[in-house]
Design a protein around this ligand. Structure first.
Ligand code: OOG
Ligand code: NI
Length: 443
């Protein structure tokens, strides 16, 4: 029997999910084709520069999924399944204050956190959890009915959760069990053919399309699966040329000649998919639902907190983006605005550096070469335009009511595992590479 490691399980799961989503949402397959063409063109145009933020093999395999659950108990189950795939909860996002449209969820992303694991397969899943306690969206009666509905459903088979526990403990599974685990895990995220209770779904839809998508149905499903492209402007134009309706713009910084930072994202519009509905009189009728869309993204350099502040200021003044943002990697580095790893420069001076030299001095003096760290996380608040342009109704919110307080510590406690802080991971990676490079220089 062969043993299947969590790394291989993750790569296989990502592939299975991609096949499933492609079968369910054919426009996704078109998106993959176009992304592939675009990446080929950029590689031809830019040569090795195209791979500055990840090898073409990694970028081609790279996807993020998005799923949505209803309670801390469901989120804890998701955490266990993803742990089996070598993915840890990373980042805390509160979409209840998203603009232009608040969404009643808090989120984290499950992803590999080590460089080699990211290189092997960078699959990540943005996972949102409903906050029924938030009075700005749900009154006490709706909160109670929503929690009852969610407590009664079962998203994941007990056998799947047992296999996940076993994989967590052993770092993988034997081949036969791995197959079973992958079958059960993949089918948990398929669109269900169970009829949707029309009145209940409509009631939640009046609050928020996302609340209805989570709490109005008895199962979860993959909401979107996002490939990575090296030129998102080319992709946008190429999709339109194929006659696919895109949202009106690319979210994030404008196109420019300086370094790519954080994320740029866009999507094709949510498509009407067939769903069965149960009417008030008990009859089952065929209808459609429009929630799943086709997102695509381009990734840039991870910014430090100072870099993020600058980014926020630059985003608020988009026409003058270039006046705010440094137009070279070196300046991002020297001003402490982005994260870099260090290696000993091939053509360094023969004389050793001064003992107390800072990284900026070591780079300026030619001893060390900095390489940018790619942003591995999310910016849902600035991508909230993607949610908004894909929701059919705008929902309702009473901002005079108190919202339930939620933060990263609360989420960690609810799922019984620490939620990583992205900036801590980037900073640790940068420090470790600096230490190793200094050792080489000194010795
Ligand atoms: C998740 C939206 C966030 C992203 O790429 O920022 C997201 C959702 O629609 O459930 O996927
Ligand atoms: Ni997304």
């Amino acid at each position: 029997m062969t043993f299947v490691s969590s790394t291989t399980l993750r790569a296989r799961f990502a592939g299975r999910l991609s096949d499933l989503y492609g079968a369910e949402v054919p426009a996704y397959t078109t998106l993959l084709e176009v992304a592939h063409e675009v990446n080929g063109r950029v590689l031809e145009r830019d040569g090795t520069d195209a791979e500055r933020l990840g090898s073409i093999a990694r970028v081609t395999a790279e996807r993020h999924g998005a799923i949505r659950v209803g309670s801390p108990a469901e989120l804890a189950q998701v955490a266990s399944i993803f742990d089996a795939l070598g993915m840890s909860p990373t980042g805390f996002y509160d979409l209840r204050d998203a603009h232009p449209q608040p969404i009643p969820v808090i989120s984290t992303a499950f992803r590999p956190i080590e460089r080699e694991e990211l290189a092997a397969n960078p699959f990540r899943v943005f996972t949102s959890m409903l906050v029924p306690e938030d009075r700005r969206f749900f009154d006490a009666d709706l909160e109670r009915r929503l929690k009852e509905f969610i407590a009664c459903r079962r998203l994941f088979a007990p056998e799947l959760l047992e296999l996940a526990d076993q994989a967590e403990a052993d770092g993988g599974l034997e081949e036969a069990e791995a197959e079973r685990f992958l079958d059960l895990a993949t089918s948990s995220f398929a669109l269900s053919d169970q009829p949707v209770d029309r009145a209940w779904h409509d009631e939640l839809q009046r609050v928020s399309g996302v609340a209805a998508d989570i709490g109005g149905v008895t199962s979860t499903h993959i909401n979107h699966l996002t490939p990575r492209v090296l030129d998102i402007d080319d992709l946008y134009a190429s999709m339109q040329a194929r006659g696919i309706e895109m949202i009106d713009k690319i979210q994030g910084p404008p196109r420019w000649d300086g370094p790519d930072v954080l994320l740029r994202q866009t999507s094709f519009r949510a498509l009407a998919e067939p769903r069965k509905y149960r009417e008030a009189d008990g009859s089952i009728v065929a209808g459609t639902m429009r929630v799943r869309f086709g997102e695509v993204e381009a990734r840039g350099i991870a910014l430090t907190r100072a870099g993020r502040d600058l980014y926020d200021a630059a985003m608020a003044d988009q026409e003058h983006w270039a006046d705010h943002m440094p137009d070279s990697e070196r300046e991002l580095h020297d001003r402490g605005l982005a994260y870099f790893t260090y290696r000993v420069a091939d053509d360094r001076p023969v004389a050793p550096p001064p003992a107390d030299a800072t990284p900026v001095e070591l780079v300026a003096g030619g001893w060390l070469a900095p390489d940018p760290i790619v942003y591995e996380d999310f910016l849902p608040r600035s991508a909230a335009g993607i949610f908004a342009s894909n929701l059919s109704r705008s929902g309702s919110m009473d901002s005079a009511q108190g919202g339930a307080e939620r933060d990263i510590a609360w989420m960690s406690e609810q799922i019984g595992r620490p939620v990583n802080v992205p900036e801590d991971l980037y900073a640790a990676e940068s420090r470790a590479s600096l230490r190793a490079a200094l050792e080489l220089l000194g010795g």
